[in-house]
Unconditional design. Structure first.
Length: 185
């Protein structure tokens, strides 16, 4: 896959990952793309990238149980051959994720930036350009991202998420022949 062929959401994810270190935003970008299923062949890769961002978010905030569990899943699901086709050294990525899950499981677990092993120079150049367009400093240390980024979930508008969950519960109830939640018999 060439740099022009990489999905824009993937480039945007990597630009946020390396530039703002806003892992919450990384998760949002890739989750939206993952749901669109533009390249179903890489669906597992998108999910692994989502999980990496969530792991980084949790670890930076000291939520080790969440970070370790999800990093283990990401390590198990990372398919090296597919990541190779996405411009990342898939073998090195899988090793990094597995090693990180182990490191975080032991005493003295500490947040550290995980540099994804981008090996395609064209992809790296595209991500660095996007990073600059967004006004970010390349490879900003994650602990310097700022409190608003580190604790992003506390400030986001959850109205849409709450509404989507309520609609899902309503549909499930109706599909089981139950009355709609919140209505009288």
């Amino acid at each position: 896959m060439g740099a022009a062929e990489y999905p824009q959401a993937y480039i945007d994810y990597l630009a946020e990952y390396y530039g703002s270190r806003d892992y919450f935003e990384c998760h949002e970008i890739m989750e939206e793309y993952w749901k669109e299923d533009e390249l179903p062949e890489f669906r597992t890769c998108w999910l692994v990238l989502i999980r990496i961002a969530v792991c980084q978010y949790h670890s930076r905030r000291g939520n080790w149980s969440g970070a370790v569990k999800l990093m283990g899943k990401a390590a198990a699901e990372a398919e090296p051959a597919l990541f190779d086709r996405l411009g990342v050294d898939g073998g090195e990525l899988a090793e990094l994720l597995g090693r990180t899950a182990q490191d975080w499981s032991g005493p003295g677990a500490a947040y550290r930036d995980l540099d994804l092993p981008i090996r395609d120079k064209r992809l790296l150049d595209a991500v660095r350009r996007r990073c600059a367009e967004l006004g970010y400093t390349w490879a900003l240390p994650g602990l310097h991202a700022g409190e608003d980024v580190i604790h992003r979930h506390l400030t986001r508008d959850r109205e849409e998420v709450v509404a989507a969950r309520a609609e899902s519960a309503r549909r499930k109830a109706l599909s089981r022949g139950l009355r709609e939640p919140g209505t009288r018999p």
